[in-house]
Design a protein around this ligand. Structure first.
Ligand code: 3SL
Length: 233
């Protein structure tokens, strides 16, 4: 039986062997939700960067520069980190250079994996189907917040573990914990997350609608995969 494990924070990545695994990077609020939205709306590619300056340099190469630091759009960038900036004609055919406080840092730490895919509630079923049909053991990497664990990424990990429970065995206790949490939360995830740290942070920035959208399940049927350092569908 294939296995599934959950890395609850990128700070714990050194504990996991990734060269033989499919890694699913998740940052529900909001990096991977934005990436999925952009690619679903016809963006050509997303190139993730851990460093702000490297991302900004891509402007001179014809890229749109996107992302945030501490939730706020970076000065000089074309776009911030709201999924609503990546819909409709706004992104069609664009090459996007993306950097965020946690999401692209988690991607950077996952880059030695056998393969890296992007997960969010927006493409949950596509992720589950891909992992089910794939040959590799799985590691879900939760982006968290500056090394700390967060609830929303853990809930996504739990949703994947729950849906694959008859096919992929838990590698340790983190997938079990995530699954239990998801089963507690699934009837009303927004309510469950109401007191969570990042939801409070986003509320302070007055972006509650991003939160609601990022929790909506299966808006898109796409699976972004990292190929030569670039996410494409
Ligand atoms: O840290 C990240 O990668 C972001 O998604 C955080 S925020 O939602 O833009 O604050």
């Amino acid at each position: 039986m294939k296995t599934i494990d959950v890395c609850l924070s990128p700070e714990l990545m050194h504990l996991y062997e990734v060269r033989s695994r499919t890694v699913v990077v998740v940052d529900i609020l909001r990096a991977t939700s934005c990436m999925v939205t952009a690619l679903a709306h016809g963006a050509e590619s997303i190139t993730p960067f851990a460093k702000l300056e490297e991302c900004l340099n891509m402007k001179s190469k014809g890229y749109i520069t996107s992302g945030e630091r501490d939730g706020k759009k970076v000065d000089g960038f074309d776009k911030g980190n709201s999924p609503f900036e990546y819909m409709g004609d706004q992104v069609h055919g664009l090459k996007i250079a993306f950097t965020t406080t946690n999401g692209t840092q988690a991607i950077e730490k996952s880059k030695n994996a056998k393969e890296v895919i992007i997960g969010s509630f927006l493409n949950l079923s596509s992720v589950v189907k891909y992992l089910l049909l794939g040959e590799n053991n799985v590691l879900i990497v939760c982006a968290g917040w500056k090394g700390r664990i967060n609830l929303e990424d853990t809930l996504f990990a739990g949703a994947v573990v729950e849906k694959l429970k008859d096919y992929l065995g838990p590698d340790c206790d983190a997938p079990l914990a995530a699954r239990h949490l998801y089963n507690l939360a699934k009837e009303d995830m927004a309510q469950f997350l109401n007191n969570s740290s990042h939801v409070k942070r986003l509320n302070r920035l007055n972006i509650y609608r991003d939160f609601e959208f990022c929790l909506s399940v299966d808006q898109y049927k796409i699976l972004p995969r990292l190929q030569n350092g670039v996410f494409v569908v």
